[in-house]
Design a protein around this ligand. Structure first.
Ligand SMILES: C[S@@+](CC[C@H](N)C(=O)[O-])C[C@H]1O[C@@H](n2cnc3c(N)ncnc32)[C@H](O)[C@@H]1O
Length: 223
């Protein structure tokens, strides 16, 4: 895929989510999967925490954290996903932009937590490395960061089941080995709090390749 730029890869993801926003929202808009992971994250959150959700999708995370008294800000580059989120959950702070522009919106040391579940696997590796660095910067000391990645190697275009009638292999995905992620994280000052692997079994868009999703929760250490 060397002939396509990072920006083109991300643009293709955005177009995909604009097209499938209704299907995705009908299936996942209000249903919280991985409740155990959400609860683990919450255990380490301070009260009234300021949380940024990267790749907020159709807003299920907003309702979960809002109900628990936290200050939630979503960010997603698919305007259609954001519109469905508002339909399902009412309006809430949600930036419509590419997460590579994160630092345009947040100053260093300004967030208690960053949550990025089932979204970073759409970032080309060069963007992922930069994003991990940006997240570290915007977190306060003792701020926490939960993210997922798909275990594997390299990148590729996968099928998007919601778009079967429109064509195959349209969804850009990026995969990382555990060693790659460990080595990225080791370049920052983080305490590791939690890790879980989940073998995906459903045939939903995200989970098409019998992939394994890894969840990682870390805390920024005061230097
Ligand atoms: C599989 S959905 C997950 C949504 C939500 N986190 C959830 O668990 O329901 C991935 C979301 O990430 C968003 N996304 C992917 N790449 C992004 C990027 N570079 N910048 C902003 N949003 C992105 C997509 O638009 C989509 O809404």
């Amino acid at each position: 895929m060397n002939n396509i730029t990072s920006q083109q890869k991300r643009e293709s993801v955005k177009k995909n989510y604009d097209l499938i926003a209704k299907h995705y929202s009908d299936e996942f808009g209000t249903y919280i999967e991985d409740l155990d992971v959400y609860e683990e994250f919450e255990k380490h959150l301070k009260e009234n925490a300021k949380i940024l959700d990267l790749g907020a999708g159709s807003g299920r995370t907003y309702s979960y954290f809002n109900e628990r008294g936290h200050e939630y800000i979503g960010l997603d580059f698919s305007k259609e996903m954001r519109n469905y989120a508002y339909k399902l959950h009412g309006e809430f702070p949600c930036i419509v932009d590419d997460m590579v522009n994160l630092k345009k919106y947040f100053a260093n040391n300004s967030l208690d937590a960053v949550f990025a579940v089932y979204s970073l696997f759409h970032l080309p590796i060069e963007d992922l490395k930069q994003l991990l660095s940006d997240v570290y910067d915007v977190l306060k000391n003792n701020g926490i960061f939960l993210f997922t990645y798909q275990i594997g190697k390299g990148e590729g275009m996968t099928d998007e089941p919601y778009l079967n009638e429109n064509g195959k292999n349209v969804l850009y995905m990026s995969y990382q080995t555990n060693e790659e992620i460990e080595s990225f994280l080791d370049s920052f000052s983080y305490t590791k709090l939690y890790r879980k692997e989940k073998v995906e079994t459903s045939d939903s868009a995200i989970n098409s390749n019998d992939a394994t999703t890894a969840f990682v929760l870390v805390k920024k250490k005061t230097k």
